[in-house]
Write a new protein. Structure first.
Length: 270
């Protein structure tokens, strides 16, 4: 039997899914134990139990100066910036994706321009954004938009272009206007792709957010990581990294659930 034809059953699939995580954890635990055995005061690889104790302290104990639990304030600040940035990118990307994909005049005028914009490294623009928009919330949100919007526009416009021509011809034959075609024909076709595009943009969006918070912020997950790095507080850093990863996974799961819930035909075979 060829490997390409072997489909794992449910128990084996679960085991294979858990296996990489277990191996990473075991490798870390062994490495941490080796370093701590040689030097009990080593900070580079804290023991898993130390990370757990730190996590419990961060999520439950308030700051001695303000009384606030900074962990949750950092989380809210970062999620707010991320949500605004991704939300603006998704809305603007959907509009321009439909325009470029449906209207040849707009496609001729903007497709190459958007393609060039997508080649600009967003982090290289960070100093410019801080100069133009200041060091407040706006510059951080704008960086996420600048970093994710060109990709979404290109991806969505391509999906609109791929809409079967027969659908467009039939709609026009029935007297549909350009507006009706965009709303009733193209939009339903492109919405699953929008959710998929947002899912793919989450990784870069987190990167831009953490970079902006690390450089100019007084609150946020990225700010806290770069604040404690000077003390080599790896237990705090790893706790925040794990939390960011968990948040990203939960957001991705929610988007995929929404796609399956509202557009099951697009999720067939995934």
């Amino acid at each position: 039997m060829r490997l390409i034809n072997i489909i794992p059953g449910r128990p084996l699939a679960v085991f294979l899914a858990v296996l990489p995580f277990a191996l990473v954890f075991i490798a870390y635990a062994i490495g941490s134990d080796i370093r701590l055995t040689e030097n009990p005061s080593d900070k580079l690889l804290p023991a898993p139990s130390t990370i757990w104790d730190t996590a419990v302290r961060l999520v439950s104990e308030g700051d001695k100066r303000t009384g606030r639990i900074l962990f949750w304030h950092d989380t809210w600040a970062s999620l707010k910036r991320l949500g605004l940035g991704i939300g603006i990118s998704a809305g603007v990307g959907l509009i321009f994706g439909l325009l470029i994909g449906l209207l040849p005049l707009v496609r001729s005028g903007l497709s190459q321009f958007v393609a060039v914009l997508s080649m600009i490294p967003p982090l290289a623009l960070l100093p410019i954004l801080f100069i133009v928009f200041g060091l407040g919330e706006l510059s951080k949100v704008v960086l996420i938009v600048v970093g994710t919007l060109p990709f979404l526009i290109r991806d969505l416009s391509q999906r609109v272009i791929e809409v079967p021509k027969e659908l467009l011809v039939k709609a026009q034959t029935l007297g549909a206007s350009t507006w009706v075609i965009a709303i009733r024909v193209a939009l339903p076709q492109v919405m699953p792709r929008l959710i998929q595009g947002v899912r793919l943009s989450l990784g870069p969006a987190w990167l831009f957010l953490i970079a902006a918070e690390a450089i100019a912020s007084d609150l946020g997950l990225g700010y806290r990581i770069f604040l404690v790095r000077r003390y080599l507080a790896m237990d705090v850093i790893l706790t925040y990294v794990i939390w960011i990863t968990l948040l990203a996974v939960l957001i991705d799961w929610a988007l995929r659930y929404a796609s399956r819930r509202f557009f099951p035909w697009a999720e067939e075979g995934l």
